[in-house]
Design a protein around this ligand. Structure first.
Ligand code: SF4
Ligand code: SF4
Length: 426
């Protein structure tokens, strides 16, 4: 039996449920939230502002649908059609005027109660930290307070990952939470305050640091927010507001240290995209996900998400996992087929591996799987032009050169003057 260092008390996972008490073993205690060096975060946000995935990795975002499975491509169209109805309304929320008269009193509890009543998994309040706002959203974001709201993704569907069922769970949650977020905005407007909705998908900032600051979880070795009730199996939104609210504090759930003991996601990742050791990255100590090893697997194998599926916090919840660790010093479920097993289904080319992989077994891929277009859309356009210049023999037809150059010009025009997608699908 390990010594308990402190006990975290959190609201129950649904309205009317009792609070849960999570014992945190002394040996897993680190700091509330995440270890960070604030001046380094300042520096990186100033000199190297964060970019949205659709910008920083625009090249592979454009390319991804071409290699997804047929079912994924069809769902891509369907999901984008559903979300196209919500994005304009979401993007306009910052300009809406309040519909009610402000009382001037703290409205934290009113907002919290409404979120729970609507079915959100958890809610927390913190300062909207401008250091985490994406470069192309800096002039867009309004209001200083961040309301962080999480909606749970279906458990049974997620357990089938990677699969289309899990993707329906993932993007289906977005389709549910977009209108829920809009209703939360309406409610805050009715209280007499401004409210701007960010997410799902069309986020204005990196959300996890603010969810951690609001005490809603800690960053896992899988690069995702681990919430006490559902691990990473939830989808995030932020509402920025000028409503008077009381800020929450970050919490030490023991997860920062627990991940170093657990390592299940690191061991099970088919792309070997997760790092065993933590590093300091942009002022934060974390296990840094290696994007270029994750993305090709995600894209080809229907969203992958194995690192979410195999996480014991997702499967059993932090209370059961920590109680088990206190009693035994072991990671609940580790080494079992039930927790760690997964099946890779057919991908679009039929070239790469499929089948069931139990604990200790990992698929292998040839290097071609990891060759994907890298960088921004501008990078991809230039790469294509350079490839033409490098491979074309001198003395060919000049019309062909013209065609390639005009295509390059038109593509750059589209990139410079077109919209960046709100969607992170593919
Ligand atoms: S999504 Fe798949 S490939 Fe990417 S980190 Fe998770 S387990 Fe690895
Ligand atoms: S599987 Fe284990 S190591 Fe990975 S995020 Fe979950 S708790 Fe952390």
């Amino acid at each position: 039996m390990l010594k308990v260092g402190h006990v975290v008390v959190r609201p129950g996972r649904k309205a009317g449920m009792d609070p849960v008490e999570i014992p945190i073993p002394e040996e897993l205690e680190t700091v509330p939230g995440i270890p960070m060096v604030s001046k380094d975060i300042d520096f990186y946000s100033r000199e190297y502002p964060l970019l949205r995935q659709q910008v920083e990795h625009g090249a592979d975002t454009e390319w991804s649908p071409s290699v997804g499975t047929a079912a994924m491509k069809a769902y891509h169209e369907q999901h984008n059609a559903v979300m196209a109805e919500f994005y304009p309304a979401m993007n306009r929320t910052g300009d809406l005027e309040p519909t009610g008269t402000p009382s001037g009193e703290d409205v934290t509890q009113l907002i919290r109660d409404r979120a729970v009543e609507m079915g959100f998994l958890d809610i927390g309040f913190t300062n909207h930290d401008l250091r985490f706002v994406y470069q192309d959203r800096k002039d867009f974001v309004k209001y200083p307070n961040a309301i962080c709201i999480a909606l749970e993704q279906d458990f049974a569907e997620t357990q089938t990952a990677p699969s289309m069922a899990a993707e329906h769970g993932h993007y289906g949650t977005y389709e549910t939470q977009a209108p829920m977020g809009l209703r939360m905005v309406e409610y805050i407007l009715s209280l007499g305050y401004h409210a701007q909705l960010h997410g799902p998908s069309n986020h204005s900032a990196a959300t996890i640091p603010m969810f951690v600051a609001a005490g809603l979880g800690q960053l896992g070795a899988n690069g995702q927010l681990l919430t006490p009730h559902a691990g990473a199996r939830c989808r995030l939104q932020i509402i920025t507001t000028d409503a008077p609210v009381t800020m929450d504090e970050p919490i030490d759930y023991g997860l920062h240290a627990f991940c170093q003991v657990c390592q299940v996601c690191v061991n099970r990742c088919p792309g070997r995209a997760l790092m065993r050791e933590k590093i300091w990255w942009r002022g934060v100590e974390k296990n840094k996900l290696i994007y270029k090893r994750c993305r090709p697997v995600m894209v080809r194998y229907e969203g992958c998400a194995i690192c979410m599926k195999v996480c014991p916090i997702n499967k059993y919840g932090a209370k059961a996992v920590m109680e088990h660790y206190v009693e035994t010093g072991q990671v609940l479920g580790k080494g079992t087929h039930d927790l760690e097993g997964y099946t890779l289904h057919d991908e679009s080319t039929g070239k790469y591996t499929t089948g069931y992989f139990g604990p200790g077994e990992l698929p292998t891929f040839d290097a071609s799987l990891f060759k994907i277009p890298s960088g921004t859309r501008e990078n991809a356009a230039l790469d294509e032009l350079m490839n033409y210049i490098e491979t074309k023999k001198d003395g060919g037809k000049s019309e062909e050169d013209d065609k390639v150059l005009f295509n390059f010009r038109d593509r750059l025009r589209f990139i410079l003057h077109g919209e960046v997608s709100d969607s992170t699908m593919f």
